[in-house]
Structures are given as structure tokens and as C-alpha cells.
Design a binder for this molecule. Structure first.
Ligand SMILES: [Zn+2]
Length: 333
């Protein structure tokens, strides 16, 4: 089943943010799936919001209460300026022009909360149906007391802790194959044996090139390891799939979870346009095989699969999804 939420990410330009974004990726994916005659009527494979909402308590199970207070209070705009890097080191606006904004910057957080509800619903649908792919989510860079990398709060950890709180699940895995390390997820779940994290990512580059110490002289949490980390060096694309298979095998040594969240970023794709992902260039076939291996692996173990779209930049960032989704919709896990 595919889950679509509308309006979670209004165009950044409406908020005065001048970061170039591609066309609507969920729409491009859905257009391709609708053109696939094998899939039948979309009512059979596409669902929308179930009306559930996300509250402050859901965020406080994961993030610093003082940070959550800023998000729900006067500090929100400053947090968003920092997360989207809208001020440079000299204090001047960076790719930000409030004069062209048609909406208040703080309004962006409403979309974030709406999108978070989708990540939670994706988990519930996965528990009920075996597989659900949410055309959104994957904000894996948000840490305990701050957001960065365009991630305000960490949606997969918020969803898992909520499902645990509601008694729906006990254990979860997070399998993160976005090009960037799932640094926030690793840090937030360190010491929590009920959540096991696997991240396959570029060996170098953001966030792994951040200083070892933060501004207060404390170790920067982006360097906290996942339970299993698989760093892929530049030019080592041919090792990607074998190392993914080995990592999944290693994951089997942990207790079986009730659910796995999969962060299926498209930014390892060779046609991704974000300059910082240039070191990892998987072909369309390798991307398909990546997703298939995870899907089949979880299917063999009968683990509920909640997939999130995560990163992907540029005009072709939608391309890796339809072949895998068509397969998943036609072949039950
Ligand atoms: Zn990414």
C-alpha cells in the first residue's frame, strides 16, 4: 500500500527560502504508477491520511523538552533559520529573502507536524498490511536538542516511540539507505536496545565531516555510531550491494523486531543533483536491487515494513521509486 499526504511541504519559495527544489516528487512517482496498467485501479493501492494527529507529547518522547518548547513557542523561527541554514557566519541572510515570502516562516512547522502523522500512520498500516510506503518522511538528521540538515524533528524515532507507547510494538529496526548517515537516529537511540539502527551511507562528506566537537566543546552527536554502520567509499559502488547483504545478515543477530522502518533515500542515485552526494553514484538497476534485497529480506522474516522516501534532489530524484513500488504492490512480502 502507498500512503500519500498532501501539503506537508509547501514550496520553500512561499516562505522566502531560495533553495532550488525539484518538481513534486510524490506526484511524479504517482504519475508513473498510474501509467502502469498492471497495477489496476489506484483505490486498490493508494491511501491518504486517516485523520490521526501528532501532539507535543509525541515529540517530547524523543527530543529535549526545552527544544520542543522552542518549536511550540517564540523560538520556532530561529530554529527554522538554523535548520535551513538561512543565516551565514557573518549574520547575513543566506539564500533567504523575507521580502518575497507570502507565508510566515513559522507556518512551515504545521506541515512538519502533518507530515509526522504520515510517518506514524505508515507504521500502523505496515503492522496491519505487512508493507506500506509513505511518499514522505525520513528526517533522520534531527538530534535530541537541535535539528539540522533540513530536519526539524526525527520522524522515524518519534513514530517508533509512539507505537511503543501505544503498545503496538516492542522492538523496531531502522534500516537507513539514504546517501547520508542517519546521524540523528543513531544518536537518539543510543543505549535503547529496543531500537536497532543500520545505516549504509557515503564514507565521507556531510554530516560525517562536521567537527568532532560542537561549539560548547562537547563531542558532536553526528559522530555517534549506528548499531551497524556501512560506510561506502567514493568509487566503491560495486561493493554496495554485497555489503548491504552482509549488513542485513548481521542485523539478523539482533532480536526480531515487530516493525522495520526503511529510509529509502534516492540520493545515492547517479543522477541525483545534490553536489554533496557526488561520491555515491548507484545506477537505476543497483537502486532497484538495493530496495528489492531489503524488501525480500524483511519479507522472509515476516517483519512489517514501513518505508519512508527520505532524501532525493533534482529533476530525476523520482526515478528509482516506481520500479520497486510496482514490484512491491504486485508481490506481497
Ligand atoms: Zn540524504
Amino acid at each position: 500500500m502507498i500512503l500519500r499526504y498532501e501539503g506537508t511541504r509547501p514550496p520553500l519559495r512561499e516562505f522566502g527560502i531560495l533553495i532550488p527544489t525539484a518538481r513534486n516528487r510524490p506526484q511524479q512517482i504517482l504519475d508513473a504508477l498510474r501509467a502502469d496498467a498492471d497495477l489496476g485501479r489506484e483505490a486498490q493501492w493508494l491511501i491518504g491520511p486517516d485523520g490521526s494527529t501528532i501532539g507535543r507529547a509525541d515529540l517530547e518522547r524523543v527530543h529535549d523538552p526545552a527544544y520542543v518548547e522552542r518549536l511550540f513557542g517564540e523560538g520556532l523561527e530561529a530554529v527554522l533559520m538554523s535548520v535551513f541554514e538561512l543565516v551565514d557566519e557573518h549574520g547575513a541572510y543566506h539564500r533567504y529573502d523575507p521580502a518575497i515570502a507570502t507565508r510566515a516562516l513559522s507556518g512551515m512547522f504545521d506541515g512538519t507536524l502533518h507530515g509526522l502523522a504520515g510517518t506514524c500512520q505508515c507504521g500502523r498500516e505496515a503492522l496491519r498490511r505487512g508493507f506500506c510506503f509513505y511518499l514522505g518522511g525520513g528526517s533522520h538528521h534531527a538530534h535530541y536538542a537541535f535539528g539540522h540538515g533540513f530536519c526539524v524533528v526525527n520522524d522515524s524515532v518519534i513514530a517508533i516511540r509512539r507505537l511503543q507507547h501505544e503498545g503496538e510494538i516492542t522492538r523496531a529496526w531502522v534500516i537507513d539507505v539514504d546517501a547520508h548517515k542517519g546521524d540523528g537516529t543513531a544518536a537518539l537511540t543510543r543505549g535503547d536496545e529496543s531500537i536497532v539502527t543500520l545505516s549504509v551511507h557515503m564514507a565521507h562528506g556531510w554530516p560525517l565531516d562536521l567537527p568532532a566537537l560542537d561549539a560548547d566543546g562537547q563531542p558532536h552527536p553526528s559522530h555517534i555510531p549506528s548499531d551497524i554502520d556501512v560506510p561506502i567509499a567514493a568509487g566503491a559502488e560495486s561493493s554496495y550491494l554485497p555489503r548491504l547483504t552482509d549488513a542485513l545478515e548481521e542485523l539478523s543477530r539482533y532480536p526480531r523486531p515487530d516493525i522495520a522502518y526503511v529510509l529509502a533515500g534516492a540520493d545515492p542515485y547517479e543522477h541525483d543533483e545534490l553536489p554533496s552526494t557526488r561520491d555515491l553514484r548507484l545506477s537505476l538497476e543497483q537502486m532497484y536491487e538495493r530496495d528489492l534485497r531489503i524488501y525480500d529480506y524483511l519479507g522472509r522474516l515476516s517483519i512489517a515494513q514501513a518505508w519512508l522516501m527520505a532524501g532525493g534532489y533534482g529533476e530525476r530524484a523520482w526515478e528509482p521509486y516506481p520500479p520497486f513500488l510496482a514490484h512491491a504492490l504486485l508481490h506481497k512480502p
